[in-house]
Design a protein around this ligand. Sequence first.
Ligand code: NAI
Length: 326
Amino acid sequence: MKTIAFFDTKSYDRESFQKYSGDELNFRFFENKLNEDTVSMAACCDAVCVFVNDNITRRVIEKLENYGVKIIALRCAGYNNVDLKFARNRIKVVRVPAYSPYAVAEHAMGMILMLNRKLHRAYIRTRDHNFSLDALTGFDLNGKTVGVIGTGKIGQVFAEICKGFGMNIIGYDPYENKDFCGKYVSLESLLSQSDIISLHCPLTHENKYLINDETIAKMKKGAYIINTSRGKLVDTQALITGLKNGQIGAAGLDVYEEETDLFFEDFSDEIIRDDTLSSLISMPNVIVTSHQAFLTKEALSSIAETTVKNLNDFFKTGKSENEIII
Ligand code: NAI
């Protein structure tokens, strides 16, 4: 029997994983995030299972190795929160490369519809018996240009959804996907042609702050930015400047560069000390969701199934098809 320490777990994680525990895996669920202060909770465990805001630094990896932990199982696709170079030859790292590209792509489209048709404002107004339509004018998506940055599994599905709306689809990706339904263009051209830009690429050392003062200046005036990928792809201060001067028409953010200590938690009884986030949330043309794009029943079930398979494969054969090798 192998013991797996699950960090940063919520009720929906426990529900989706519990049915896979069985005779071979024993699950220990912790609410804490994995970091240098909490790593000791993994002592005597064979594996850790972590999520997007666990911080797996060099020191965490050293300690996990000393505790005899053999494998870090990410229950997500992105892996920018793991020091992979340091992990190499010390501890295996596996992930769930694809669970439901539909979940994230549909959330991105949900944000576009909400921002464009001002559904968030209409919802609040009618609850207050205010049936005025002032300032609720949107635009037809049909015929508008959407720029997809990152045309992998999610970007591809997102582009298909946009196609259904009659949009003109362009994409930028250093590695072209033959199944992408849009036309590939350079990043410069994507920035200058798009009415809506949606980010679907991973965060890497090279593309931190891909959306910055310079790239925002190259966009069409009033362009929308949708980020369901990783917070640090966007320089938030530059975004705020762009929103304030009207260069950016609206922003849909499912991720935020300083989300680690905020997202997934309830602070409704407290004053948020992050003035940048407060400023964004106060803007009528910004929607912030707390990294929920993945959250569908289908995605949760698929994440649990693949994670358990990754662990079982590793414990039986020493290998997993979803190992991250750099
Ligand atoms: P994928 O690996 O299938 O596709 C990513 C694509 O981005 C690849 O085609 C790659 O060539 C491209 N790419 C890499 N660097 C790029 C750059 N600098 N510019 C343009 N394209 C670049 O990944 P998938 O499954 O489509 O996921 C994309 C991202 O979505 C993940 O890396 C993750 O950050 C994010 N994500 C967010 C979730 C959420 O709940 N908000 C859930 C799942 C994923």
